[in-house]
Design a protein around this ligand. Structure first.
Ligand code: CO
Ligand code: CO
Ligand code: CO
Length: 322
């Protein structure tokens, strides 16, 4: 996608691969088979998204595990990656970050094996995660077919809230629903996605809803039609964007999808759809016939889910109001 996208950076460089490489650069995680086991590996590092260090550690962990869940895998082990600035991030805060991380890892039954710290101007926290895919039935971004349902499992608009938090316009207590969603693992959403036979899946993070949807469309050779009114948004994010509060990332993301976008929606609405998300939900495509089963299983698993549109044969994204 953007200039910082690893796939774009690697363009033209011939990678070393072997016959055990099943999925490499360009998907949510790499997939590698070794001794009959299908390994799923990924790394994700983020800057402080919340003011509370414990919550930041927990959200960063949910965010890093998410790519394994997006592939339909089960995380097993993790390595911490910590960038710390001795002036800005005191050691006791760093301990709180790790406490939050360890609590989330425990919830995900994932073992922290070690990690690495580095002096960094801006504090960062993340994890390299290894998981497995029990039946070897991993789900990539490239399996979407035309006329499938597009399903999303968490609201979008957290980038706007993170910016407002950083600017001191909000406190964590003002947005309990968004904090809870950022903290929520995508483990059950992943089970839902597998159970209903999703053919393509990704998680919504830094490129925003439209950016990640476009990655799915592009690699699957399909397009999409989204219904704005069906997309779950935080009320607070809507209000802030209308006031002109949004992160630069939303504008950058919009620029990257603009040439494939067909819409008459106002710009503020589009900025909500390209707003960089932290620890967002899964975005997957599933056959129309599975609609009832989707909602039935979602209720049983306790997973929120919204059908936000459908895939189309032509390689563009159309966004309509209703
Ligand atoms: Co991802
Ligand atoms: Co990621
Ligand atoms: Co080291």
């Amino acid at each position: 996608m953007g200039p910082g996208d690893l796939q774009a950076i690697l363009k033209g460089i011939e990678l070393y691969r072997d016959e055990r490489t099943l999925v490499s650069v360009g998907d949510d995680a790499g997939v590698y088979e070794y001794g009959g086991t299908v390994l799923i590996q990924t790394v994700d590092v983020i800057t402080p998204v919340l003011n509370d260090p414990y919550l930041w550690g927990a959200v960063g962990t949910a965010n890093a595990l998410s790519d394994v869940y997006a592939m339909g895998g089960e995380p097993l082990t993790a390595l911490a990656v910590v960038g710390f600035n001795s002036c800005e991030l005191e050691v006791k805060d760093l301990r709180k970050v790790m406490e939050g991380a360890v609590a989330k890892l425990r919830e995900a039954k994932t073992v922290l094996l070690g990690g690495h710290t580095i002096d960094d101007k801006e504090p960062k926290f993340g994890l390299a995660v290894t998981g497995v895919c029990p039946e070897g039935a991993y789900v990539t971004q490239s399996g979407a077919k035309p006329e499938q349902l597009i399903v999303l499992t968490k609201p979008v608009g957290t980038g706007v809230l993170v910016k407002a938090l950083k600017d001191g316009k909000l406190k964590e207590e003002d947005i309990p629903e968004a904090v809870e969603n950022m903290l929520r693992l995508n483990d059950r959403a992943s089970r839902l996605m597998l159970a209903v036979g999703a053919t393509a899946c990704t998680d919504v993070t830094g490129f925003g809803l439209l950016g990640h949807l476009w990655n799915v469309c592009r690699s699957s050779g399909v397009g999409a039609e989204l219904v704005f009114g069906e997309i779950p948004l935080y009320e607070r994010s809507v209000a802030l964007v209308r006031e002109g509060v949004y992160p630069r990332g939303a504008v950058d993301n919009l620029r990257f999808v603009e040439n494939v976008l067909e819409t008459e929606l106002e710009r503020w609405k589009l900025l909500l759809l390209t707003d960089p998300v932290t620890s967002g939900g899964l975005l997957f495509t599933v056959d129309r016939e599975r609609r009832e089963e989707l909602f039935r299983r979602a209720r049983k698993l306790g997973v929120d889910c919204w059908i936000i549109g459908e895939t189309t044969p032509e390689g563009r994204i159309r966004v309509v109001q209703r």
